[in-house]
Design a protein around this ligand. Sequence first.
Ligand code: NAD
Length: 460
Amino acid sequence: MPDAFPVLNPSTGEVITDVPRAGRADLDRALAAAHAALPGWAGAAPRERGEVLRRAFELMTSRHAEIAHLISLEMGKALPDARAEVTYAAEFFRWFGEEAVRVDGQLRTAPSGANRILTFRRPVGVALLVTPWNFPAAMATRKIAPALAAGCPVILKPAEDTPLTALLLADLLAAAGVPPGVVTVLATDRPAELVSAALADRRVRKVSFTGSTGVGRDLLKLAADRIVSASMELGGNDPFIVLDDADLDAAVDGALLAKMRNGGQACTAANRFLVQDAVADEFAARLAGAMAALRVGPGTDERTQLGPMVNARAVDRIASTVERSVAAGAVPRLGGTRAGGPGFYYPATVLTDVPRDAPAATTEIFGPVAPVIRVRDERDALAVANDTELGLAAYVYTGDLARGLRVAERLEVGMVGLNRGLVSDPAAPFGGVKQSGLGREGGYEGIDEYLETTYVATTW
Ligand code: NAD
């Protein structure tokens, strides 16, 4: 296919298939169809939109195994992680199918008593959704579901490494009863071209992006030209704090989940382990033991617990972060050298005595590498945790709930796992502060990103 790009299997490095590359003509068709579909979809009964989303949830659930396999094939994650993703992704259809009927307005009386203020909420319009490769299904449904619930047609541009799951979702949504033009998936390996053309088009009124902070910044600049509403879910440098009164077994279990889910390729992945002096050696030893026991292999092999990284560039980046951190004084306790052979593998790695300014402590690793940094006390842990421009998630382990809540309140992040290694939940507001993003996805808040408020002043 001349106008196509390859999708690789990260477990082998081989081509799975070629996907047609969407270009300007496809974008124009998608924009025209979305624009034409807007009045009908926005004007449909909320219950009708909700029921379409409910059917999407049911279809996704009935095709659970097939979708999990496809995610694992194109992205590389181990099947248990892929299955968990399908469940999580489908839940957004169910949650926002339920939220579709709860969009309401208000009636207020002006403080002077002279008039009334009536508010309406309405869909913002056609939304451009740009998603990353690390959760090919969930990052898409976390945007599609609230947009459709609110009444917005969408154009989804998935990541070039994982377009197949997004294309499957488009078919699934059509089968669920989404009218033509309401959901279009445009896959391309030349994202800048397509996204900048879409943002320059007056029919696009919203952009929702999940990905790296650098690309998010570029898209915000493009959105600024036409004052397009923007939601941004960006990178993290998430601290995992273990205080001296923590239950260490629970902390290691939580650390495994926060670090190794998806091979460390999650924006909510624990990036730095900040461990109080008294328990630092013991925690590092137990974490290294647990990480060493993980079985490495192709994502689609039932026995695999740690699959490959998404592509060769990812392995190079992780290896360089580790090498530069070791050169800066970090000590490798486990792993630390890349594997040979086909596929894009990097081993589970634990670094101890990591200097606070080492690359592994200051940049998003996005791989199975756990840097352990010693901290003196709660105050020191907070100072190190907040000493970053990123603020997505954080984790705190302590035996004292009041202490945990005190630390949680002082962490400059959008989400905190308190004695828990997983924060993602369709019913919770997901998002970051500082350079980790703008807006929230999921929860009651998620639909707000796709709604605008108009008010009517009146007297009676
Ligand atoms: P990325 O920024 O490279 O790509 C994300 C998306 O943007 C892809 O669809 C890509 O095709 C597109 N893109 C890339 N360059 C572009 C450009 N110049 N113009 C327009 N679009 C462009 O990120 P990635 O490598 O796919 O994902 C990893 C990053 O995503 C990490 O930083 C991670 O923390 C972040 N992430 C954040 C969240 C969150 O919710 N905060 C969730 C998952 C991933």
